[in-house]
Design a binder for this molecule. Structure first.
Ligand SMILES: Nc1ncnc2c1ncn2[C@@H]1O[C@H](COP(=O)(O)OP(=O)(O)OP(=O)(O)O)[C@@H](O)[C@H]1O
Length: 602
C-alpha cells in the first residue's frame, strides 16, 4: 500500500462524476437470476427441466473455458477431460463405496481434488518456462483422448465403453437437480465476474496480451497459468459431480475430445471473454440441440455449423456482441469503467552497499550456433552510474541486455546483481533482485488502460486483490514525474493500444521505474521519439541515477543524447568491449569515429 497516500492525488478519474455501475449490480442480477431459476421448474415441463439441468452444468463448464481462453488467451479443449474425471470419480465412489452422506462427501472431495491434481500436472507440463501457447493447446487436445482411453481400458471399474450406470445418487428430485445446477451456474458465473473485474483479473488479460512483460514486472505468468488451470479443473470436476448425480450415468463421451471441442464452439458462439455470452450460448445451443436433434439429426449439425461460420464472420465478438451494442446504446451502459487514482509513495533509496559494484559481468560470451555474438565481456556498474552501451547495429547490445535480465539464457561467464549470481534465474526472479528492463520496442499491455498497466507494474510489491479494485496506485515520485512530463497522468483511462509510439515508450519507462529497481536496463528508450520527448526521458533518467542512486545501463545510438546524460560510455564492437571510459574519452576517440563512420573492420 502507498506509504504516503495523501501526498498528491493525481486524478486519473477523468470519468469522475459520470455514472458508474453500482458494485452491488452483479449481486442483484445474480440474486434475481437465482430466484427466477428456482421458480422455473414450477412452469417448465419435465423434459425442459431435464434438458436444462444438463445445459446449465455444461454452461458452468463453459465459464471455465471462457476464463482460460477468453480472458487468459489459453485455447483449451481439456476442460471436458477434467469434467469427465470428476464425473467418473463420483460415479466410481458411489458405485463401489456407497451413497451414505459420508461417502457422498468423499465422492465430492474426490471429484474436485482428482481433476485439480491432474490440472496441476497438466498446467505444469503446458506452461513450463519457454513453452508456447500452441504447446498448451496441443496438450489440452491430447488430454481428453488420453483420459477417454484410460476409461476404455478401465474394464469393469470404469464400465469401459458402456460407462457406469445405476449408481445411487443424491436424494433429490428432478427439480432439486435443476435447482442445484442453477445454483452452481449462478455461483460460478458470479465468482468469475467478480474475479475478472478485480485487480487480479487484470493480470489474466496482461498474461494474454504480453506474458514476457509480466515476467519482466516480477510476476510469474507461468505460475498464474498453472494455478488457473488447476483451480478451473477443480471447478470442472465439481460440474462433473453434479452431472453424475443428476443423470446417474457417466460415459466415455463425457470426457471426450468432441465434447471439449463443442465447449470451445459454444464459447465462441456466445462471445469469448464476456462470461454471460458463453453461458447463454451454451444453454441455448444445448437446449435447441436436445429439441431438434431428434427430428433433424443431420440437418441440426449442418445448421449449427453454418451458424458457427456466420457468427465468426459477421459477429467476431459472438452473440454477446449484439447484447453489448444494445447495452452501450443505453444511458447506464455508457457509464465509465473504474480508474484508480495515482498517489505518491516515498521510495526506498536505491543505493546500497556504496562502492561495491551493483552489476558485475565476468567473461560473458554468447553464441547462436556458429555465430559468436559476444566474447569475453567484463564490466562493472555501480549505484548511481549511468553507463551507456554504444556500438553499430548487430554489435550484440540487445543480446547483452537479454543475458543480464534472463539467467536461463544460455551463455558462458558470470553475471551477478548485488553479489547474487543470476545463473538459472528466470526474468521475474531477476526482477526480484532489483532489476528493471525496458525493451527496444515498447512493451506494454495493449488491452489494458494506462492505469491498469501501472497497477500491474506495482503488483510484485503491492499484490493484486482477487475480489476488488484498489482505489489508488502508489507510485514512486520518479515514475509520477515521467507520467507528468509526458502528459500520461491525464490519460489514465486510455487503453494503451491507443497511445502514440512516444507515449508507449514513456508508459513502459514509468512501469519499469514503478518497480523501484536498483538497476535499470534500457534498450533504446528514445528510439522514434521527438526531440522534446527525448529531453523529457533524458531528464527522468538523470534524476533516477543522480538523485535516487539507481544504476542504469542504456543502449543508445544517439550520441548527442548519450553525451548529455551518461556518466560512462562503453563501446561494443563485433561482440567485444572495445572501449570503456568517460564521456570525453569515448566520444572524442578515433575508434568511435571510425565505428560510426562504418570504417572499422575486424
Ligand atoms: N535469436 C537469435 N538467433 C540468432 N542470431 C541472433 C539472435 N538474436 C540476435 N542474433 C544475432 O546476434 C547479433 C547481435 O544482435 P543484437 O540484436 O544483439 O545486436 P544489437 O547491437 O542490439 O543491434 P541493434 O543496434 O540493431 O539493435 C546479430 O548478428 C543478430 O543477427
Amino acid at each position: 500500500m502507498p506509504e504516503d497516500a495523501s501526498a498528491i492525488g493525481l486524478s486519473g478519474s477523468a470519468e469522475r462524476g459520470r455514472p458508474r455501475l453500482s458494485r452491488a449490480a452483479p449481486f442483484v442480477v445474480a440474486a434475481l437470476a437465482a430466484a427466477a431459476l428456482w421458480a422455473a421448474p414450477l412452469v417448465l415441463d419435465a423434459f425442459a427441466v431435464n434438458v436444462l439441468t444438463r445445459s446449465m452444468i455444461y454452461a458452468t463448464l463453459a465459464v471455465t473455458v471462457d476464463l482460460l481462453w477468453g480472458f487468459t488467451g489459453i485455447l483449451t479443449f481439456g476442460q471436458a477431460a477434467f469434467f469427465g474425471v470428476g464425473a467418473y470419480a463420483t460415479a466410481m465412489a458411489l458405485s463401489y463405496l456407497g451413497a451414505t452422506p459420508e461417502w457422498m462427501a468423499v465422492a465430492l472431495a474426490l471429484a474436485v481434488v482428482a481433476p485439480a491434481a491432474l490440472g496441476l500436472a497438466v498446467g505444469w507440463l503446458s506452461f513450463y518456462h519457454r513453452s508456447t501457447a500452441l504447446y498448451a493447446s496441443v496438450i489440452s487436445l491430447v488430454l481428453p483422448i488420453v483420459v477417454t482411453q484410460l476409461i476404455y481400458s478401465g474394464g469393469e471399474w470404469t464400465g469401459s465403453s458402456s460407462g457406469l450406470v445405476g449408481f445411487e445418487v443424491l436424494p433429490l428430485e428432478l427439480e432439486g437437480f435443476f435447482r442445484l445446477s442453477a445454483f452452481a451456474l449462478v455461483a460460478a458465473t458470479l465468482a468469475a465476474w467478480v474475479f475478472v473485474r478485480s485487480d487480479a483479473g487484470r493480470a489474466l488479460v496482461a498474461v494474454r496480451d504480453n506474458d514476457a512483460r509480466c515476467a519482466y514486472l516480477g510476476l510469474s505468468p507461468k505460475r498464474l497459468q498453472i494455478a488457473l488451470t488447476a483451480a478451473l479443473a477443480g471447478v470442472a470436476g465439481l460440474a462433473g459431480f453434479i452431472f453424475a448425480n443428476a443423470s446417474s450415468v457417466v460415459a466415455p463421451e463425457n470426457a471426450g475430445f468432441l465434447f471439449g471441442t463443442e465447449l470451445v464452439i459454444w464459447v465462441a458462439l456466445g462471445g469469448r471473454g464476456t462470461l454471460l455470452g458463453p453461458v447463454l450460448g451454451t444453454v441455448a445451443i444445448d437446449y435447441l440441440a436436445a429439441n431438434l436433434s431428434g427430428d433433424l439429426p443431420f440437418l441440426w449439425q449442418l445448421l449449427l455449423g453454418a451458424t458457427f461460420v456466420a457468427v465468426i464472420i459477421l459477429l467476431p465478438g459472438g452473440l454477446a456482441e449484439i447484447a453489448r451494442r444494445v447495452w452501450s446504446a443505453l444511458p447506464i451502459g455508457r457509464s465509465a469503467g473504474f480508474t484508480p487514482r495515482l498517489v505518491a509513495r516515498s521510495s526506498r533509496p536505491a543505493a546500497d552497499g556504496a562502492g561495491a559494484p551493483l552489476l558485475t559481468i565476468e567473461g560473458l560470451a554468447k553464441s547462436y550456433g556458429s555465430l559468436t555474438v559476444l566474447e569475453n565481456i567484463d564490466l562493472e556498474v555501480r549505484a548511481g552510474e549511468l553507463v551507456s552501451l554504444v556500438g553499430p547495429n548487430g554489435a550484440g547490445k540487445t543480446t547483452l541486455m537479454r543475458c543480464l535480465s534472463d539467467g536461463t539464457e544460455p551463455f558462458k561467464g558470470a553475471v551477478s546483481i548485488g553479489g547474487v549470481s543470476t545463473a538459472g534465474l528466470t526474468p521475474n526472479r531477476i526482477v526480484a533482485l532489483g532489476v528493471g528492463r525496458k525493451f527496444q520496442v515498447a512493451s506494454v499491455f495493449e488491452s489494458l488502460t494506462v492505469a491498469d498497466c501501472l497497477l500491474l507494474a506495482r503488483a510484485s510489491h503491492d499484490g493484486l486483490s482477487p475480489i476488488g479494485r484498489a482505489e489508488t496506485i502508489g507510485l514512486p515520485q520518479a515514475a509520477l514525474n515521467v507520467l507528468r512530463m509526458t502528459g500520461l497522468d491525464r490519460m489514465l483511462a486510455e487503453p494503451a493500444r491507443l497511445l502514440s509510439h512516444g507515449q508507449k515508450q514513456a508508459l513502459e519507462l514509468a512501469m519499469v521505474v514503478a518497480l523501484e529497481p536498483r538497476l535499470i536496463l534500457l534498450d533504446e528508450p528514445t528510439a522514434g521519439l521527438t526531440k522534446a520527448e527525448r529531453t523529457t526521458i533524458g531528464a527522468a533518467l538523470k534524476a533516477l541515477t543522480g538523485e535516487l542512486g539507481v544504476a542504469a545501463v542504456l543502449v543508445e545510438h544517439d550520441l548527442d543524447f548519450v553525451r548529455e546524460i551518461s556518466s560512462r560510455i562503453v563501446v561494443l564492437h563485433q561482440g567485444r568491449l572495445a572501449l570503456d571510459g568517460t564521456v570525453e574519452e569515448v566520444v572524442g576517440s578515433e575508434l568511435v569515429r571510425t565505428i560510426y563512420s562504418g570504417a572499422a573492420h575486424g
